[in-house]
Design a protein around this ligand. Structure first.
Ligand SMILES: Cc1cc2nc3c(=O)[nH]c(=O)nc-3n(C[C@H](O)[C@H](O)[C@H](O)COP(=O)(O)O)c2cc1C
Length: 320
């Protein structure tokens, strides 16, 4: 598929994950063949008012391409002012968040709150397209609640106003992250618009990716939580889709990947913050392994990457 003129190769992109999919994680997922990347969400208003955190969130490297910067807003004038401020970070596209369910976002009329007002979504996209030098994409949910499944109407209005692709997480805001994912609504969106549709929600491996393509006709799938502690899921999905076999990395390799990931976080954020942020990833990487309780206890105490290396070696030994 394409976003504007940009080719999106492969079978699965990395979904945006605030607090998790920073540039270190995105680069690790890129090394396993993820198709495209989106930054953690950035407040358009925060950006306009010069919030310092925004620059860190928008930093993109050449190792994670094509990559979009994701913005959230409630008003067309905010997105129009914010987009020019993203240019120096050289995004390949701008993605507008119309799906975040967090009350701190929806109470200001942003994220999934927009799904209650498809006309407003259209005006936001129109303003974004006018302000942007790169294509504008949108990420939505099925609707606000089961009584108001506005995804199709919202997607249609966004596409009419120039959106280059739409990602659909097949859950309502009311559902938050509870099952099931509504594949029917992703299919209906795909049938309603001619720009590419990215199917999202609970794709975790090759079979679930293949099923998503077949059940919805989507042009790409986006994987979020399924990549936590297992960034090789993108290689596994590619292999499955191409009918190749895929060998799950052995424990030593998994620990090496975890260390490479931790090292990148420390490189980008400094060792103190890096080790702090690595803790949650280490829990995901060691899920189901012998010694994970001990690892978690020791992880809480470490302050340096070298200490994580020691723990990782011991875990690998214990689980051989
Ligand atoms: C920790 C976390 C952070 C998220 N942050 C964002 C975000 O910044 N922007 C966004 O559009 N969606 C965000 N999402 C939603 C995911 O992109 C995705 O739509 C959702 O998790 C369903 O896909 P999955 O089942 O593959 O995880 C987040 C989800 C989680 C669990």
């Amino acid at each position: 598929m394409k976003i504007g003129d940009t080719d999106i190769r492969g079978f699965a992109s990395l979904a945006p994950l605030a607090g998790v999919a920073d540039r270190a994680f995105r680069e690790i997922c890129a090394s396993f063949g993820a198709s495209a990347f989106t930054t953690e969400m950035v407040s358009a208003k925060g950006l306009i008012y010069g919030d310092r955190k925004s620059a860190e969130l928008m930093a993109l490297t050449q190792n994670e391409r094509p990559a979009g910067i994701q913005l959230f807003c409630s008003a067309p004038e905010d997105i129009a002012k914010a987009i020019p401020l993203t240019e120096k970070f050289d995004p390949d596209f701008i993605d507008i968040n119309m799906g975040c369910p967090a009350p701190k976002v929806t109470k200001n009329g942003c994220g999934s709150a927009l799904l209650r007002d498809p006309e407003r979504c259209g005006r936001i996209v129109a303003a974004a397209v006018k302000a942007s030098r790169v294509p504008v994409t949108v990420k939505i949910r099925a609707g606000w609640d089961a009584e108001h499944p506005t995804a199709v109407e919202t997607a249609r209005i966004c596409a009419e106003n120039g959106a280059a692709a739409i990602t659909v997480h097949g859950r309502t805001r009311e559902q938050m992250y509870a099952p099931p994912v509504d594949l029917g609504i992703i299919r209906l969106v795909k049938e309603a618009i001619s720009v590419p549709v990215i199917g999202n929600g609970d794709v975790t491996d090759g079979p679930s990716a293949k099923h998503r393509y077949e059940a919805t006709g989507c042009d790409l799938v986006a994987v979020g939580r399924g990549a936590l502690g297992r960034p090789w899921v993108f290689a596994q999905i590619s292999a499955y889709m191409e009918g190749r076999s895929f060998a799950e990395p052995d424990i030593r390799t998994k620990m090496d990947i975890m260390l490479a990931h931790a090292s990148k976080i420390c490189e980008y954020k400094g060792e103190r913050i890096g080790i702090n942020e690595t803790r949650k990833h280490a829990i995901w990487y060691t899920k189901g392994l012998r010694g994970k309780a001990e690892l978690r206890r020791r992880m809480a105490e470490i302050t340096a990457l070298s200490q994580l290396e020691t723990i990782a070696r011991e875990i690998a030994e214990m689980n051989r």
